[in-house]
Design a protein around this ligand. Sequence first.
Ligand SMILES: C[S@@+](CC[C@H](N)C(=O)[O-])C[C@H]1O[C@@H](n2cnc3c(N)ncnc32)[C@H](O)[C@@H]1O
Length: 336
Amino acid sequence: MDSAYLIHRYSDLCAEADRNADLGWRSFREDGQKRRFPLTAEIIDRFADYIFGGIGFEVRNDFFGLMPSTEGAILRRPELSDEQRSQHLQTLSDLFRSMWSAFNAAGVAPKTWLPLITADNVVGGLLLTLTIDGQPLLVSSHTIRVAPRALMMRAALKGVPSSVLEIGGGHGRFVRDVLKLAPGTRITYCDLPFNLLLAARYLTRVFPGDVHLAWDNTPIPDTARITIVPPWRLADIPYSIDACCNFLSFQHMQADNLAFYGTALHQLGVRSIYHVNRLTPYHDGEVALDDYPFRDVYETESRRFVASASKSHWIDGQEHKSGSVDQIAEVLRLKQ
Ligand SMILES: C[S@@+](CC[C@H](N)C(=O)[O-])C[C@H]1O[C@@H](n2cnc3c(N)ncnc32)[C@H](O)[C@@H]1O
């Protein structure tokens, strides 16, 4: 699938999104902002070289203080000076070493987790080479940061379920990691339309021939390894889903979005939800973790503190911290 073809399909997807806009899934602020980006095949080809908000990359770690434009213009990720580059390499090496100790302590073998942190080099991005036992390993800040999630999910759910749905996955990296960890898993990926476009770009390059775009109104097949589905088509999925995953995404949703997804998951018979999100909201439009509306049908099985994330905003490339918030990993089970 070339990028011009994906952009063409995306424009039809946006028209479908507008026809289904009132069902509850839509985040008007975020969806509207992302849809204003003027896209070209070159930008989609190398989207990780550009600065987009809400696709899984972070201002501090991936864009070095540059904020995504809200005006519709797309900025390129800044080139690093030699000094910034070597500092960044040092940061990634330190991160790598602490992961090595943590995985070692948890009894997870390097042959299991090294493929998870490896960059694919198919959509650009700031990729650096670490040398491990004399072998080069291509990584990015993002690949190292998110790799533990697939293993955390496996531990929390006591195995990788055979059919996993991710909601709000940025551009599909967790999907990719789950499939590296458990190649036989069936994955369904759901996000806002712009993210579906980027995930389609990324995942069709990493897993060519394995991706079905369920973007029009034709029946969804039950044969694809990865199905990329817009929110309003969740109800059309013809196969069973064991678990839903969500990382740093429910925390951004409005109450009606959360209620929409809760109903969809319940109707699909999804038994487990594994998610990592902020305990408390940043602003009125968001919902505290304890108040997610689907708690009427899903109950907490376990909770674990993951990190204390700093609450910050950026002005002219400078980070201004204003406190911190707890991130919680939680397993929810469908009530009997
Ligand atoms: C901060 S990003 C996190 C991305 C990824 N999970 C990660 O942690 O790297 C938030 C994600 O939630 C998605 N999202 C926000 N509102 C949504 C909604 N109403 N429906 C579906 N996805 C939504 C965004 O499009 C984005 O992919």
